[in-house]
Write a protein that binds this ligand. Structure first.
Ligand code: NCD
Ligand code: ZN
Length: 363
């Protein structure tokens, strides 16, 4: 049978995927991660610095990082935990609340190391109790962000109890994102950790500056992995893993070469006992093997050649930052992810614990 040109292209891609044993790319950045604070930083900061050049540090501490003074102090604590000789940089974010003012945004804009403001709907996820209760109240804040070019990062879920947890992202897009996009056409927005076909489609077709970050867990797993044959609490994160169709749409988006989609691990450590619990908390820890987990997903899709754009260029372009000058090399060199990791006097269970990964970062 004579292959069609589409098939021939697919076959060529598979060949690239199978034959490539080494890949050198510009050092990647993580555009969404949780480092936590105090004792946790001894684990999370070296893990971030292991492969990334920069990391966008989420502000959902208790209390949250709401202003430049709090971000400055948190950044100092993070830098104190950085391994010697590391050049890794934390990029700070302010947490929007009902009381955030236009002056808070001006102060954020004037601060060299604050790169965005994060919208959490109140109660949507871990440590979001101080989040925004009514999005429409933030119009003045969004107006100022648009004017100054400050990036708005969105946890894109509604929290109404009558909306099914698997529909929260799609309903957020219909109810809120469409309106915000229209009302603030020049506002730079990132729909964080997208998990649905609707999210990927909306971002792809949206006019104006809108991008999305994608996590390794949403590329590698779907809700069957979390729920079939028993509940796996270490795969529970928010937004929750969706059905297979959505996983496929996210893989397509991430590996398409479309610069609107970039890396954001949402690495979110929790002690083992907080996850293996009658009311287990949400978040997957992935920084023990972040780039290796993405490499796994890209390799499976025959798209290793798209990894550099997704991991190292498109996010920097969106945030108007230069690419990292260093390079990293990944080798096809199978290894097994540890079953557990020491964490803040206890332990955590990393994403893909005990599983084999094909790619390994060269030191
Ligand atoms: C995050 C956390 O633990 O801080 N949890 C998660 O499931 N992703 C919060 C968040 O980003 O939603
Ligand atoms: Zn997060």
């Amino acid at each position: 049978m004579i292959p069609t040109s589409a098939n021939a292209a697919a076959a060529a891609q598979t060949l690239i995927g199978r034959n490539m044993d080494q890949l050198t790319i510009i050092q990647p950045d993580d555009w969404h991660l949780h480092l936590r604070d105090e004792g946790a930083l001894a684990t999370t900061v070296p893990a971030a610095a292991r492969c990334f050049g920069r990391g966008i540090v989420m502000p959902n501490l208790v209390p949250p990082v709401k202003n430049v003074a709090a971000a400055t102090a948190y950044r100092e604590r993070i830098l104190a935990a950085r391994p010697e000789n590391s050049e890794w940089q934390p990029l700070m974010v302010l947490y929007l609340t009902d009381n955030t003012s236009a002056d808070d945004i001006r102060a954020a804009h004037a601060c060299a190391f604050v790169h965005a403001c994060k919208y959490y709907p109140a109660g949507a996820t871990t440590n979001s109790d101080s989040g925004v209760t009514d999005l429409e109240r933030l119009d003045e804040v969004f107006e100022t962000m648009q004017e100054l070019g400050v990036v708005l990062q969105m946890h894109g879920e509604v929290t109404d109890p009558d909306i099914d947890i698997f529909d929260r992202e799609a309903v957020f897009i219909d109810r809120h994102l469409v309106r915000i996009r229209e009302k603030f056409p020049a506002l730079k927005m990132v729909l964080e950790h997208i998990t649905t076909e609707q999210g990927a489609t909306f971002v792809r077709h949206s006019e104006g500056p809108l991008a999305a970050s994608i996590t390794p867990q949403h590329l590698l797993y779907n809700r069957n992995d979390m729920l079939v044959g028993g509940i796996r609490p270490h795969l529970f994160c928010l937004p929750i893993l969706k059905r297979n169709r959505h996983q496929t749409a996210l893989i397509e988006a991430a590996t398409s070469g479309d610069s609107r989609f970039f890396l954001g691990t949402d690495s979110a450590p929790h002690p083992r006992n907080a996850k293996e619990n009658a009311c287990g908390c949400a978040g997957c820890y992935s920084h023990h093997a972040a780039i290796e987990l993405y490499a796994e997903a890209f390799d499976r899709a025959g798209a290793m050649h798209q990894l550099e754009g997704f991991a190292s260029r498109y996010g920097a372009d969106f945030y108007n930052l230069a690419y990292n000058r260093r390079k990293i090399t990944l080798n096809r060199d199978p290894w097994t992810v540890p079953e557990r990791i020491d964490y803040d006097g206890g332990e955590l269970i990393p994403l893909a614990a005990g599983q084999a990964l094909n790619w390994r970062l060269q030191n």
